[in-house]
Design a protein around this ligand. Structure first.
Ligand code: SF4
Length: 378
């Protein structure tokens, strides 16, 4: 299989989106954020272009951005003005932070290929910039620009899959870096925040990254490409094809004959849910009043026209399970009472190293599959 890093990332976020984009190859217009991000990348490419005799001044950088700006993709003037302002801010900040640094740019927008499993598979990608760092014993710095609004924690960067893939891409291009165990700085530059978060790539993580890639490729080969609702859904261009969103589009563009019926059913479902939660709230209030009445009159049972209500004294105990274990283990009964706390289990598994997580994952089997219904309010 030949797959790009973005393909792997897309599959990890949502298998359905991966299918629409990379298997069905459904063409969709680029999102506003993607167009914005591409223009900012282009500006920075111009700023660092080693073939320019003199580097871009701030004025030239902003002029380039303004000339390439596409106002047509925005819904209204206000939205466009906000996005344009954001772009200018990003570039001004970048210029201010970088104007006096003399970069030794090795290359820009470099394509890489990583052979996996004896070239059976190939992962491809594009690195925004590679610099040579003279000050750090001849190592290189790989830089990827981000225009996202959120900046992750350093802990997340330490485990960042994209950076570990980029490292594989670089050592495949220059194998001596790995052979000589030369550290490579791997950075994500969060442009809106003006912060560059870095880790040092080295050969220790190589096997794990290769294994992760292979696991993802195997998952893709076995996948039924079910949609996974995730924070990026709001920006997904495939909503009209996705079972989680396409009803919105059917409703607007080609309403079916039973649309009115399902609309009423949804309305009724919400009403019953609302009534149910109101009833529960009222039941809690009534219980408080009944308890107070019983306390004041030393009663444990009260009679009404349609029956009576009894309150029972409940006691909860906890055991010293170390002692219980001492008693039950010798008679072979201890294991019979052990149950797994699934919430705690998931928490522990998430904290484990990748290879152990994988072994645990392989131990799971599908018990049954069923659909549940949840509601989300507007
Ligand atoms: S809308 Fe969300 S769930 Fe549907 S395909 Fe896109 S990312 Fe996946």
């Amino acid at each position: 299989m030949r797959i790009s890093y973005s393909g792997l990332e897309t599959f990890s976020n949502c298998p359905a989106k991966y299918k629409y984009q990379y298997i069905d190859r459904i063409k969709t217009p680029k999102s506003k954020d993607a167009v914005f991000g591409t223009l900012i990348h282009e500006c920075l490419r111009m700023f660092h272009d080693p073939s320019q005799t003199t580097p871009f001044s701030e004025e030239e950088l902003l002029k380039y951005f303004t000339e390439k700006w596409n106002s047509e993709i925005y819904q209204d003037k206000q939205e466009e003005a906000f996005a344009f302002h954001q772009g200018i801010e990003i570039l001004k900040k970048y210029y201010l932070q970088n104007q006096n640094i003399s970069f030794n740019v090795v290359n820009l927008e470099i394509l890489f290929k990583i052979p996996i499993q004896d070239k059976l598979h190939q992962v491809t990608g594009r690195i925004d910039r590679i610099d040579k760092l003279d000050s750090e014993a001849g190592t290189f710095e790989i830089i990827d620009y981000k225009t996202t609004k959120k900046m992750p924690s350093q802990e997340m960067i330490d485990k960042n899959f994209q950076l570990s893939i980029y490292y594989l891409g670089v050592i495949n291009q220059w194998p001596y870096l790995q052979k000589e165990n030369r550290p490579v700085k791997l950075s994500l530059y969060y442009l809106r925040h003006g912060e560059k978060l870095s880790i040092i790539g080295n050969k220790q993580g190589v096997k794990e990254t290769q294994q992760k890639i292979l696991d993802l490729i195997n998952q893709i080969n076995k996948s039924n490409f079910a949609p996974i609702s995730n924070p990026l859904c709001d920006w997904c261009q495939y909503q009209p094809y996705c079972p989680l969103f396409k009803h919105k589009y059917i409703k607007e563009k080609q309403p079916t004959a039973n649309e009115e019926q399902i609309k009423n059913i949804i309305k009724e479902y919400f009403e019953i849910k609302d009534k149910h939660s109101q009833d529960n709230k009222r039941l809690t209030e009534l219980k408080i009043v009944i308890n107070q009445y019983c306390d004041e009159n030393e009663l444990d049972r009260v009679f009404g026209d349609n029956g009576y209500i009894t309150r029972l004294s409940q006691q909860r105990f906890t055991y010293n399970f170390n002692k219980v274990k001492e008693i039950l283990e010798p008679i072979g009964k201890w294991n019979e009472i052990l149950t797994i706390d699934k919430t705690k289990f998931k928490k522990v598994v998430n904290s484990l190293p990748y290879d152990i997580k994988k072994q645990i994952d392989q131990a799971k089997k599908l018990e049954r599959e069923f659909k549940t219904i949840t509601i989300s309010r507007k």
